[in-house]
Design a protein around this ligand. Sequence first.
Ligand code: 5BU
Length: 283
Amino acid sequence: MSSKSHLPYSTRALNHPNPLTKKLFTIAEEKKSNVTVSADVTTSAELLDLADRLGPYIAVLKTHIDILSDLTDTTLTTLQSLAAKHNFLIFEDRKFIDIGNTVQKQYHGGALKISEWAHIINCAILPGEGIVEALAKTTEFPDFPAPQERGLLILAEMTSKGSLATGSYTERSVEYARRYKGFVMGFVSTRALSEVGAALSSDEAGNGADEEDFVVFTTGVNLSDNGDKLGQQYQTPESAVGRGADFIIAGRGIYKAEDPVEAVRRYRDAGWGAYLERVGGGK
Ligand code: 5BU
């Protein structure tokens, strides 16, 4: 199996079978940005202000919507308008991790109405394959909004110290991604998983493994720190992209900076420079 990470986003967008991944690569190319900002602020005003100011420089805005102390429907509709205005996708980092019947209710409806506004969601596979199947099937509900504009990332690895998402857990993540390719866009991981994928037999992998092109999001990106006091471990944009990240996720490095706009531009330049290097200095 060959990884597609040496190819430009525009090439990967061209014939990509997953419409949301295609859109994501197209946005990255248009905005010359592979930055996902993790907007981990706790009020709607701060979140919307960041979305509007950083929006022009990012491909994706990642939320933890449940940490907002004053979430209303207006927060969500305004966030959606800002995503349209600045052409970025919204990724709700909810990390679903429960039986299929429960995650369907957490994803679609409920207090957070995640399916209505989040283009991208993620899940952990601790419950087994059923969680991926259940989330994928939610998009077939008759009242599900814009199924072509919704996708899932499987949390194949974590950046925190002592993470247990390793070895066969990571291998299973790749296997499930292949089984639900229509909905699974790729992974949150610290590196490209093509090597892990290659370890699986073609029977396990299913047909078309050679043609697949999963997207890799890497969290824990920071230009100045090595980590925090609660186990977070950082790497630079260069290191993350060099290891296979297609999109780098940075939170405090950007929103806690004295000037978040200046910071996001620095992360964008660093992430884009590393990407150009990876694809051979071409486009
Ligand atoms: P930071 O401020 O750049 O450390 O924020 C990192 C964000 O990414 C934060 O929202 C975490 O919840 C999220 N995260 C992570 O740090 N590590 C992981 O492995 C995963 C998510 Br998955």
